[in-house]
Write a protein that binds this ligand. Structure first.
Ligand code: FE2
Length: 340
């Protein structure tokens, strides 16, 4: 078993190509913040506006992105003469995604693949519109959509009174394919986009204190009721290996727990430095109780950058700022672009 695991890891490691750089454009995030100072590898939304609009322009509300509960990141990977573009999640709904993509003037026609992090509406809500926008600009080519089979199960949160609050479903395979998506559904790890992006398999739960999302349920297989689904095993992270820096790990919601995510990333790529973690750490709401253990355990990964956003929550962000300072903590906001 150990030999098989070792061979598997060695195969994945050898398949992931190092890139010279990755630009991560935040298309959707919970927060808007163009005024706080940022480190040199981060461009604010406002600075990006100035760069893109070379002619005289007037700053106003019509130029700006809209913050919304969710996450969407556009990755541009450069290595030698080749460039790859991957869309990681789409945020909660069409209007925000389309408006932000337009105002940020990103080239959606370059998107060669979409990856969904897990089966929740705040990441999948604009998938169909995103497919339409990409195919309007790429000559109508189909777009591979990397997903996990359990993402399509209906979900609900169990409330204290015992009732269930249903969540909007992820678009079905039929709906995705009717809009030009080519669904690649797998539980296993794989590399995509010319082997420049690693899409993890299911994330082992090893930390002990990260217990998922209490109260989360999903439809039973026969569709007649609800069953507990607190671990959300359909969640995966993606990672990029940036030459001379190391691994940049994107974890959209961290229902697995960010310590489990980083532990698995380290296990998949032993000997590769973990340079940055970016995304939602889900330390808000009921998970606020594990903020101290999480912050303490994060010290064990020697990260250079913690780009926390989306569902991290202000209490966890404050705790991370206090523990790591602003040399490591680079909070996300809609419209920001991070270059590694
Ligand atoms: Fe989320």
């Amino acid at each position: 078993m150990l030999v098989v695991l070792w061979q598997y890891r060695r195969q994945i490691m050898s398949e992931l190509a190092a890139v010279d750089s990755v630009d991560i454009q935040i298309l959707v995030d919970n927060v808007t913040d163009s005024l706080s100072s940022v480190p040199s590898f981060v461009e604010t939304e406002l600075a990006g506006l100035g760069r893109r609009r070379r002619a005289a322009w007037v700053l106003g509300g019509g130029c700006l992105c809209c913050a919304a509960h969710g996450l969407s990141c556009l990755l541009t990977l450069r290595g030698g003469a080749s460039v790859h573009t991957v869309l990681f999640d789409t945020g909660p709904e069409d209007r925000t995604f389309e408006q932000n993509a337009s105002r940020l003037a990103v080239d959606l026609g370059a998107v060669e693949a979409m990856v969904l992090s897990h089966g929740h509406w705040d990441h999948a809500g604009a998938m169909l519109r995103a497919l339409q926008l990409v195919r309007d600009r790429n000559g109508g080519r189909d777009v591979p959509c990397y997903m996990h089979p359990d993402m399509f199960r209906s979900r609900a949160a169990k409330l204290p009174d015992g009732s269930f609050r249903p969540m909007e479903d992820v678009p079905s395979v039929a709906a995705l394919e009717a809009n030009g998506g080519r669904v690649v559904s797998s539980r296993a790890a794989q590399t995509i986009a010319g082997d420049t992006v690693f899409v993890s398999g299911e994330i082992p739960r090893t930390s002990g204190f990260e217990i998922g999302l209490p109260g989360q349920h999903r439809r039973t297989e026969d569709g007649t009721g609800w069953e507990p689904d607190e671990l959300l095993m359909d969640e995966r992270f993606i990672a990029v290996n940036v030459r001379d820096k190391g691994l940049v790990v994107l974890t959209a919601c961290s229902h697995a727990g960010v310590i489990n995510v980083l532990s698995h990333a380290r296990a998949c790529f032993p000997g590769v430095k973990l340079h940055a973690v970016l995304g939602g750490l889900h330390l808000s709401g009921i998970n606020e109780r594990v903020i101290p253990q999480t912050v303490k355990a994060l010290h064990g990964f020697d990260l250079d950058v913690i780009a926390a956003g989306h569902c991290t929550g202000w209490r966890a962000t404050a705790a991370l700022a206090s523990a790591f300072g602003d040399t490591k903590l680079a909070p996300l906001a809609v419209g920001k672009r991070l270059r590694f």
